[in-house]
Design a protein around this ligand. Structure first.
Ligand code: ZN
Length: 671
């Protein structure tokens, strides 16, 4: 990058960050996520590091404060409201402990770990035990007076609750408590549902909703938003309060909601255990949290450490890996799926998001690319949530320099060279060459997949290896594989070859609905396959299905019916079914719900060693039970495996649903 190019990029980045900051902090609007903005800021500071002569006093990297809205009264804080420095991994936590230990002359024995709330920080002032004023953080020195809105919130006591263990000064003198104004995820969703019904614009996220709501001038509007205040800090010295945990306990004693998940920990290992424990579990919490706050528990130590910049040295915020980031879109390529559908995907400058490095992302289809106006060479916002595949949210248009290229769908299949075709009623281009290797590969992967034959150890890479070795040409060939043949493939050793062989043989006996689903017939998903299996009962009946019979199946429309008739009448497919017959694959009809568990409903959560949730569900169904997705009043049993989902457990406890562990379940299955 030349000096001129760097100057141009820096100017564009600054404009975009300033725009974002103004909208986000001043107007409570969001033009991109905080994580995406952080990523841009990071790029800017790296560039300024490399070209220090381009740093100016007005750069966003040189700024710390946010402006106070004019429409609310600005009030100076008696005790400055700090914000926390962020840490992102174990090394940084360790380095922080190292730094403060050196300053203190000893290593703090205890730390207090608590959820980091993603809302709006506020401070509440009580005089003679009565709520008198509430302020937002503002720039830390001067906040906004939002007393009227705060008063409407049930989670804020208008008079401090009396508690005999609390020092009398709390009720007599000025007492200041700090915390976060948040909105629960469920309340946020309800709020947006209502906005939708009223035809009003939707709120972007819980954080902005809490911030925007508390700044409403009309307190009735605030009351309507179901905001909550969670206390986590005192700005007043109180006798007997010597540790951070005491502040939480005192706040609770006088009537505030506190984080009930917080814990005293000591040493880096326990700190990291707490952080790791909440990495996934936090998604089950009713509120949004993107990190953990770690405080030096001893107040005297905390005070001695003081403040540097705008943050106390005695606490840090551990931020979980950003789930949004920015990167460069290097190219757009095409993959061909089992139905021939040509799906464009993005080739990215590899970037870390939500803990994994991502180099590819799906783009769904041509019109999606056009709708989002994604161009090759763009800086894009990339998002990854949980196990969901990474997705491009949008390009950052203002960062374009004119060299970006508009994507043009290729005319030919990149695998077989056959012309791609598009039907008038469809949005997707397809390779219509049945013998295209990409289609065959896709059919085999689908055949072995979880909802179909569920062959353990036969993922995409194994399928590729078997195809490359020439051991299989279609999915039916899988059943004639021998251990000796598998051993000729590099990726197998004796044990793994035997394991794959055994799991293949075990799947020769398969339920009819899985058998049908595995065929990969267009428009026949798992539910349709179940409907067909229930209707036809046996493979022979299904094979001879007549169009008028298909039309009679519940949930099957003319499109699916035509697709099935088409499929069943093709010689190629008839041969494939004959090949499965010859291999000894025998589908079993789905049992009618008449077994000993008839009338009983099960929900399964967590991992079971006896098999996948689907498999265990099928065994229960075979005994007449009904399997549900979620715990309801109708649920008879919640089966609890390893690492269960918190929301299901909570619901079951609330409804008094009986719980079964794996041992009890296997007794039930044997009975
Ligand atoms: Zn092709």
């Amino acid at each position: 990058m030349t000096h001129d190019q760097a100057a141009a990029r820096i100017a564009r980045l600054r404009d975009e960050i300033n725009e974002y900051r103004y909208k986000y902090h001043v107007l409570n609007e969001s033009i991109m996520s905080e994580a995406a903005a952080d990523s841009l800021k990071h790029e800017l500071s790296k560039l300024e590091e490399a070209y220090p002569d381009l740093i100016t006093a007005d750069s966003p990297t040189q700024r710390v404060a946010g402006a106070v809205l004019e429409r609310l009264t600005a009030v100076a804080h008696q005790v400055r409201m700090t914000s926390l420095n962020d840490v992102f991994d174990r090394d940084e936590v360790e380095a922080w402990i190292g730094r403060i230990s050196k300053l203190l002359g000893h290593t703090p024995k205890e730390f207090y770990a608590e959820m980091k709330f993603d809302g709006l920080a506020a401070t509440l002032i009580y005089e003679n035990g009565v709520f008198s004023r509430g302020l937002t953080r503002g720039d830390g020195l001067v906040g906004e007076d939002v007393t009227a809105g705060l008063r409407t919130m049930d989670t804020i006591p208008l008079r401090l609750r009396h508690h005999s263990g609390v020092a009398p000064s709390v009720y007599r003198d000025r007492f200041e408590v700090r915390g976060e104004v948040i909105i629960y995820k469920a309340d946020f969703e309800k709020l947006n549902q209502r906005q939708e019904e009223l035809g009003k614009p939707l709120f972007a996220n819980p954080r902005n909703t809490a911030a925007g709501s508390i700044r409403q001038l009309d307190p009735r509007l605030v009351a309507d938003r179901h905001l909550r205040f969670i206390a986590y800090e005192l700005a007043t010295e109180v006798d007997g309060v010597t540790r951070h945990q005491d502040k939480h306990e005192l706040a609770k004693s006088v009537g505030f909601v506190i984080d009930q998940h917080s814990r005293v920990v000591s040493g880096i290992d326990q700190i990291m255990d707490f952080i790791d424990e909440w990495q996934d579990k936090r998604h089950d919490l009713p509120f949004a949290t993107d990190g953990i706050v770690i405080n030096v528990n001893d107040d005297a130590d905390f005070e001695r450490l003081g403040i540097v910049g705008k943050a106390p040295r005695g606490a840090v915020a551990f931020k979980y890996p950003a789930e949004q980031t920015t990167t460069i879109l290097k190219d757009i390529m095409i993959s061909i799926g089992r139905t021939g559908a040509a799906t464009p995907f993005a080739v990215l400058e590899p970037v870390k998001v939500a803990g994994t490095t991502v180099g590819l992302a799906t783009l769904h289809n041509e019109s999606e690319i056009a709708r989002k106006d994604i161009r090759i060479g763009d800086t894009i916002i990339l998002q990854k949530a949980g196990d969901i595949i990474p997705e491009i949210v949008e390009p950052i248009v203002k960062l374009r320099d004119g060299s970006e290229k508009v994507f043009v769908m290729p005319k030919d299949c990149p695998v077989c060279g056959h012309k791609l075709a598009k039907r008038d009623d469809e949005a997707v281009w397809r390779c219509v060459n049945f013998d295209c290797p990409a289609l065959e590969r896709g059919r085999i992967v689908h055949f072995a997949s979880k909802g179909a034959y569920d062959i353990e150890g036969m993922g995409e890479q194994t399928v590729d290896a078997l195809l490359d070795a020439g051991l299989i040409t279609d999915a039916a060939d899988v059943f004639s594989l021998t251990v000796d043949q598998l051993l000729t493939v590099d990726r197998f050793a004796q044990k793994s070859a035997e394991n794959l062989y055994n799991s293949i043989q075990a799947r020769k006996s398969i339920t009819l609905d899985r058998y049908i689903y595995a065929l990969g017939i267009r428009h026949v998903g798992q539910q349709t396959a179940r409907d067909l299996a229930a209707f036809f009962g046996s493979l022979d009946h299904f094979r001879q299905a007549k169009p008028h019979e298909l039309d009679a199946v519940d949930g099957i429309g003319p499109v699916v019916s035509a697709s099935l008739t088409d499929w069943l009448s093709s010689d190629r497919h008839r041969n494939f079914l004959a090949k499965l017959d010859k291999a000894g694959v025998v589908p079993q009809a789905r049992k009618r719900p008449t077994g000993p568990l008839k009338g009983q409903s099960f929900v399964i959560t967590g991992a079971l060693s006896m098999g996948s949730r689907d498999m265990v569900g099928e065994r229960l169904e075979a005994l007449g039970a009904t399997i549900q997705e979620n715990v309801t009043k109708a649920t008879t049993f919640l089966v609890v495996g390893d690492d269960p989902g918190g929301s299901k457990l909570t619901k079951a406890e609330k409804l008094g649903t009986k719980q079964l562990d794996e041992e009890a379940l296997s007794r039930l299955l044997k009975a």
